[in-house]
Design a protein around this ligand. Structure first.
Ligand SMILES: Cc1ncc(COP(=O)(O)O)c(C=O)c1O
Length: 476
């Protein structure tokens, strides 16, 4: 018998999978049926002690028999994304096929970035990327290189990384020598003042400095003010700077409202500027006939980022960067790696040239399996139903005394306020979370603090929103 460190053991694998699957089924049922609190947060040290983490690393005594106890503690103190009272961050409550894809990848570990290391993973990545490109009315990318213009994309680990890659593509267009020679003077990116922090981070990482971000004014509900954008472009160019990209939100993280993409696309066209749409959250709305109008204008963007791990029921992380003109993404990175590439034709596509990561998980497989199980119509229905709950929640909240909703929602994100006290909103969120009753977030908008809900799970219904309002009314 082999005695290698953790050698593959069929019986152990099957037993662990069966045990884990049964436990997870119980966990998800418990969550969906509200038999437990949405989360039971406790200090980090208590978790580490309860899990006997340091001891187990040293003596490795967990084994098959220890798994049950480990899972019990680990899951008990997790955040339950399938729970109807989970209304917090924009993280998917994953569907079964996505979980299965994670398992398959965990066992075979075929990275999707180099064709010879994961040909089926890369093949599916190509298919889902082309599906996404077509949703944007962009030309899909053929398998074999062609002189015909077309779009392109790559999957990567998260929207933050994707925003960085899109901005690298924008830079490659305006300053093609920057990869070798560094940034030229005076590059700026115009983005809504409420844009996701990853935009500013990307600029710092690229060596442009966070001050390369020129904030564009937003209205009280966090949408770009188109007139201010025009003015900011004139001022920035008038001061001798070159604009590398204009960024818009689809939708904004805080309010869930969409920037006027069509008008922004017109402005970018008039000024010959790169237009980047951060559709991490709202990209999935393209699958819905009912909702896709919110993204009108995105088809005229140059780059587009779209998280599958937000509104597509895919576990984290899985984000697409899509570009209208393939060569811009091809030029974003210009690395040599003689141990990987030496000019011979590949049987498929290597995605390594388009991502920060060298080894990456089989991201396309997760998205593919999730779609393949029920098809895009079922996904559209999921998205539409989540938005419908947010719309009805607006009516419920607005009708109640002491509550106010500042705007009608366009997405499944909704902000509201109880009474007129910023500190009270924080107190409500904290107490509800600490007691495991509801998991909400809170955000600033137009100088005021709001409570914020994001309807993600399939278990959440209007009854849960009603419960939330009643609890708040009774206690505060
Ligand atoms: C508009 C927007 N962009 C980017 C991100 C970052 O995405 P990720 O968490 O996948 O890095 C988010 C996350 O909430 C977002 O809402």
């Amino acid at each position: 018998m082999k005695t290698e460190f953790l050698d593959w053991n069929d019986a152990q694998f099957i037993s662990l999978i069966e045990q884990t699957a049964a436990t997870l089924v119980g966990y998800i049922k418990q969550s969906q049926n509200e038999e437990v609190a949405v989360s039971q947060l406790r200090p980090m040290q208590q978790n580490q002690v309860a899990l006997e983490a340091e001891k187990l690393i040293l003596n490795g005594s967990l084994g098959n028999s220890g798994l049950a106890q480990f899972l019990e503690i680990y899951l008990k103190h997790s955040t339950r994304l399938h729970h109807p009272k989970y209304l917090a961050h924009q993280v998917a409550s994953p569907a079964v096929p996505s979980a299965v894809a994670d398992l398959i990848h965990g066992a075979i570990n075929n990275p999707g970035a180099i064709y010879e290391m994961g040909s089926t993973a890369a093949s599916l990545e190509h298919v889902v990327l082309n599906w996404m490109l077509k949703k944007l009315s962009w030309k899909p990318e053929p398998i074999n290189p062609t002189a015909e213009p077309h779009g392109a994309g790559a999957l990567m680990n998260g929207g933050s990384l994707a925003n960085l890659v899109a901005l690298l593509a924008a830079r490659s267009k305006l300053a093609p020598n920057a990869w070798e020679q560094g940034n030229p003077e005076g590059l700026k990116v115009l983005a809504p003042s409420n844009s996701h922090y990853s935009i500013q981070r990307a600029l710092s990482i690229m060596g442009l400095g966070s001050q390369a971000l020129v904030p564009v004014a937003v209205d009280e509900y966090e949408r770009i003010k188109v007139d201010d954008l025009q003015q900011t472009i004139r001022q920035t160019q008038g001061a001798g700077f070159r604009i590398m990209a204009v960024v818009a939100n689809a939708c904004s993280t805080g309010s869930g409202l969409f920037d006027p993409l069509s008008q922004i696309a017109d402005i970018c066209k008039d000024h010959h500027l790169w237009f980047h749409v951060d559709a991490c959250h709202g990209g999935a709305f393209l699958v819905s006939e009912q909702l896709k109008h919110l993204l009108n204008g995105a088809e005229r963007a140059d780059s587009f980022v779209w998280d599958a791990h937000k509104m597509m029921r895919v576990s984290g992380l899985c984000t697409a960067v899509l570009v209208r003109e393939a060569e811009t993404l091809q030029n974003a990175f210009q690395q040599q790696a003689s141990y990987l590439f030496y000019g011979s034709p590949s049987l498929g596509k290597d995605y390594l040239h388009r991502t920060v990561e060298c080894t990456k998980t089989a991201l396309g497989t997760k998205l593919f399996l999730t779609l393949a199980w029920q098809g895009e119509k079922a996904l559209a229905q999921y998205v539409e139903n989540r938005v419908a709950i947010a719309e009805k929640a607006y009516q419920l909240i607005d009708a109640r005394k002491n509550f106010s909703c500042p705007y009608f929602p366009e997405s499944n994100i909704l902000c509201f306020r109880y009474k007129n006290d910023d500190q009270l909103q924080i107190q409500i969120r904290e107490e509800l979370l600490n007691e495991g009753l509801f998991h909400l977030t809170s955000t600033m908008m137009g100088g005021k603090r709001y409570l914020r809900i994001t309807v993600m799970t399939t278990a959440t219904s209007l009854v849960d929103i009603q419960d939330l309002l009643t609890v708040i009314e009774k206690r505060w």
